[in-house]
Design a protein around this ligand. Structure first.
Ligand code: ZN
Length: 405
């Protein structure tokens, strides 16, 4: 055990330890972790693909109402529950995204194997939503009144082509009243995401005349052109620092095995810790795709046929970083020290990108428990240790919101 320094002993987190209101919240968490898991399963089993989060949002709204929050649903489907503080001008926002990466026809029913619960979306973001619901109830049971207003939100459009539209709208709505934002994303209590990775998503479309596989042989082929572009871009070297990545995530085109396709579409995700490096990557992608198309044209026999290429942005996420001396970070670290929880700083692309890019203090953390297989059909969650994640969240939020004397 590391002895607590005098400074730590005076911090608001340690003071909370002796507060009966905090004790009531913690006692509720200890007794009700299984209930929180039940809510996680219920929410996960309601499909919530991007742009179709309303049904899951309605279920969350009911859970918020049962915890005494003042609820509203905004124009785009963010489910917002407010817990008014004495100072309406200072707001702490805790968000968890409602949407998943899975298409509407995905089977999202859970299967249990031992302690593990399997279902697409069970961790990302079933774990975050469950923590949000648990937090709402623990705050209610604690009967703590705070100076700052606490806003809980299940937000839309975090994944893929949603392009963070939910958190953008929330940040717009609360504006300068926001003093801190915590995005709950996924399971675990072992990290604090303080750095936002910049990303760009692109759709590249190549079209051509198409034709019969035998009689029109020699006509330039959009699938081949895109494939040449993929190979070309894959040979571009990426820096380790700033870390940068790319992914060719979707490739579609063609109608039948014996038709030369008239169209092929590629979706690409580019990420970097540095926006200038990301801009360089974008240029390399455009160049590689353009030369892939030119190579296809010069390799084919037909002089009159041609191909067209177009690029469409599917979304941009800005970069940002929470300063190392941020009071928000200090509070979470004090909570971790108090709970004996070890955590590391992380870089990721989450709802926190938007506030961080605007200089609003923000982090992303997990909701507790363990999980894996995110964005795959084998995604799983294990609620072991959920209480730690919930207590960490509860203490952090109460300390940030300043309990009234
Ligand atoms: Zn997520």
């Amino acid at each position: 055990m590391v002895p607590l320094s005098a400074r730590v002993a005076e911090d608001p987190v340690t003071k909370l330890a002796d507060d009966p209101r905090a004790a009531r919240g913690l006692a509720w968490i200890d007794k009700n972790a299984a209930w929180v898991t039940d809510q996680q399963i219920r929410l996960t089993e309601i499909p919530a693909p991007e742009f179709a989060e309303a049904r899951r949002g309605a279920a969350l709204k009911e859970l918020f109402a049962a915890s005494g929050l003042q609820i509203r649903v905004d124009r785009i489907g963010n489910v917002i529950g407010e817990r008014a503080g004495s100072d309406a001008k200072s707001v702490i926002l805790i968000s968890a995204h409602l949407d998943t990466v899975f298409p509407p026809d995905t089977d999202v029913h859970v299967k249990r194997t031992g302690a593990r619960i399997y279902a697409p979306g069970i961790s990302d973001n079933g774990a975050g939503l469950a923590a949000l619901v648990g937090l709402a109830r623990a705050l209610s049971e604690s009967r703590v009144r705070t100076e700052k207003t606490i806003v809980l939100a299940g937000d839309v459009g975090e994944e893929g082509e949603g392009n963070l539209r939910g958190i953008r709208a929330l940040v717009d709505a609360y504006g300068s009243r926001l003093t801190a934002i915590i995005a709950l994303d996924g399971p675990s209590a072992d990290h604090i995401t303080t750095q936002a990775i910049a990303s760009q998503r692109w759709e590249v479309t190549v079209t051509g005349p198409g034709g019969h596989s035998w009689s029109d042989f020699g006509v330039p082929n959009p699938i081949t052109a895109i494939s040449r572009g993929i190979v070309g871009f894959s040979s571009v070297s990426l820096p380790d620092d700033p870390r940068s990545t790319y992914n060719f995530g979707v490739l579609e085109g063609g109608t039948s095995v014996n038709s030369i396709p008239s169209r092929a579409v590629l979706k690409v995700d580019l990420r970097s810790e540095d926006e200038r490096e990301l801009a360089r990557l974008e240029k390399s992608l455009r160049d590689a795709m353009q030369s892939g198309m030119n190579d296809e044209l010069s390799a084919t026999q037909s002089a009159r046929d041609t191909l067209q290429i177009s690029f469409r942005s599917l979304g941009t996420r800005p970069a940002g970083k929470l300063p190392d001396d941020s009071p928000l970070l200090a509070t979470i670290r004090n909570v971790d020290r108090f709970l004996g929880n070890r955590s590391r700083l992380e870089r990721s692309s989450t709802d926190a990108n938007i506030p961080l890019s605007l200089g609003i203090p923000a982090v992303a953390i997990g909701g507790g428990g363990k999980g894996g297989g995110s964005h795959t059909l084998d995604e799983w969650y294990d609620p072991t240790g959920r209480e730690l994640g919930l207590k960490r969240l509860f203490f952090t939020v109460v300390a940030l919101a300043t309990p009234e004397r």
